[in-house]
Write a protein that binds this ligand. Sequence first.
Ligand code: TYM
Length: 331
Amino acid sequence: MENQKKRIFSGIQPSGELTLGSYMGAIKSWVNLQDQYECVYCIVDMHAITVRQVPADLRRRALEQLAQYIACGLDPEKNIMFIQSHVPQHAELSWVLSCYTQFGELSRMTQFKQKSQQHADNITAGLFTYPVLMAADILLYQTDLVPVGADQKQHVEICRDIAQRFNGVYSETFTLPEPFIPKMGARVMSLASPENKMSKSDPGGCVYLLEKPEDILRKFKKAVTDSEAAVRFDPAGKPGVSNLMQIYAAATGKSLEDIEAEFDGQGYGIFKETVGEAVVELLRPFREETQRLLADKAYLEGVYRQGAERASRIAGRTLSKVYKKVGFLPR
Ligand code: TYM
């Protein structure tokens, strides 16, 4: 039975604290899909060093992120959960795939263009070839589905292009993955500047999964809206209000129409407070469970060690196939 399930791969960088955006765009789908698929969920620390990290923080966040995956509802018995740098096949396949990826196609990646502006003093080759490592992550596991937020769609598409090209040259080697992007919460925007994506590097506009309730409520009270005082869904005309509506919808399961009706004739004050409280209640159990798990380091180590072993077995099979196809002499 187990082997007939289709496979999922996805990952998050431990380059900052997990946010409401990464939860609604990715982790929530992971939890929902974990029974139907064989799932591999990674902490992509090798991706994180494409911009400079403080080593001790990176180490701490990798472990905290694992605790948060579990606290959000991912079952470590059911899913393979591991840390990218523990499975060397990721770097190995990435090198091979980089020889089947065009400079031109990497130059068109939106995230590269944005990040190279943000880190203009440190535009490394790693930042540029980042999508190749992400393609290796996905293709190593013969992945069918990649649940991500909308901002990662382009990277899944280039992964498909690389896979297709390789398959074309050497015959069927890689499964072609599809992105899975949730209907609600695929692009959570900043509370402070709703024309920008909520990002871990913007503390004012960002809600962190482990943040204290009073801080979360304060951020929602201060959330930027508009002067119309009508709770109506219109992402272009009313980005702040529409973002809050989507967050509320993703947190409660309510439809956008129901939300418009709920706040009909009411001011933004009560609306923002209600959304803030819904988010506090959504995150409360995650925060408590994360703290409980972090007190048991031995358990978390067990999870990631076993995860790396299981991941490495699958990844090793794909990598051997690839090495044979490109013509490397077996050791
Ligand atoms: P990362 O670490 O930036 O984000 C992790 C996941 O969270 C989603 N996300 C959001 N979704 C909605 N609204 C937001 N504001 C928001 N912010 C983040 C992202 O879309 C992503 O799904 N390259 C990836 C990590 C990665 C990966 C992979 C993903 C490496 N290898 C293989 C899938 C498969 C990244 O930087 O995500």
